[in-house]
Write a protein that binds this ligand. Structure first.
Ligand code: MD3
Ligand code: FE
Length: 226
């Protein structure tokens, strides 16, 4: 038997994951966990569903209340979508660009978010919003807190796809020192409880080409917003 016929399951996993390790988890805060490679087995269902959402609600660059254009392209699906314009940050039931309801959250999105939350110890996660962020090389997200949700008791689940990025995980004050956590294609991070209001951000995306997604990073952020 040829050596490349051994352990076909492991080889298949690595073919899609490239240099990714098999699923492992890493605690980055008291109630924050990185699930390495957790989304990889879901990709073949996830990407077509993403394409369908983006047909109805394409990525667009939004304006902050301060008048700056965000470098990250945004879309949403689910009952509520996060938006920003000159008047402020908020969740809306409709896409301001089409005045139509945001696209439904695909079943596979919800199933993946719930499976990841459960794996991190949060049962009964019921997200009503999935913000979809697109980073091209140079795009970043400055340190901020997520404070537009109605209640902070639900966790947040974040799925990283495409090019790697450095995630900044800070404290409860903007000036607290941040830890840098690299996030790779297929990684999922789950935050809850005492870590829910920590400052966080993404360093400018480095140039590169991802075999499946090209020169971009896509992040899904599942939240219970309403
Ligand atoms: C950490 N997105 O959309 S993951 C955001 O990768 C956002 O696109 C980043 O920050 C991204 O608001 C980071 C999501 C995330 C969301 C909420 C958090 C990280 C968090 C709450 C507390 C700590
Ligand atoms: Fe955030």
């Amino acid at each position: 038997m040829r050596s490349d016929q051994l352990k076909p399951t492991t080889l298949d996993l690595f073919a899609d994951a490239e240099v990714q390790q098999p699923a492992t988890s890493q605690q980055i805060g008291e109630q924050s966990l990185v699930l390495r490679g957790f989304a990889l087995p879901w990709l073949e269902r996830l990407l077509p569903a993403l394409d369908e959402v983006l047909l109805a609600a394409p990525f667009r660059q939004m304006i902050t209340p301060g008048g700056f254009t965000m470098s990250v392209g945004l879309s949403s699906c689910g009952t509520l979508g996060w938006t920003t314009d000159r008047t402020g940050y908020r969740y809306t039931h409709t896409d301001p660009q089409t005045a139509q309801p945001w696209p439904d959250m695909p079943t596979v999105f919800l199933e993946l978010a719930q499976a990841a939350a459960l794996a991190a110890g949060f049962g009964d996660f019921m997200p009503d919003s999935c913000l979809i962020n697109r980073y091209v090389p140079g795009a970043k997200m400055s340190l901020h807190q997520d404070k537009n949700e109605r209640d902070y008791s639900a966790p947040i689940v974040s799925v990283s796809l495409g090019l790697p990025a450095i995630f900044l995980f800070g404290g409860h004050a903007r000036s607290d020192k941040s830890q840098r956590v690299p996030l790779f294609h297929g990684d999922i991070v789950v935050w809850g409880g005492v870590d829910r209001l920590r400052y966080h951000g993404i360093l400018p995306l480095k140039d590169g080409q991802h075999s499946r997604l090209g020169a971009q990073r896509i992040n899904f952020t599942f939240r219970t917003a309403g």
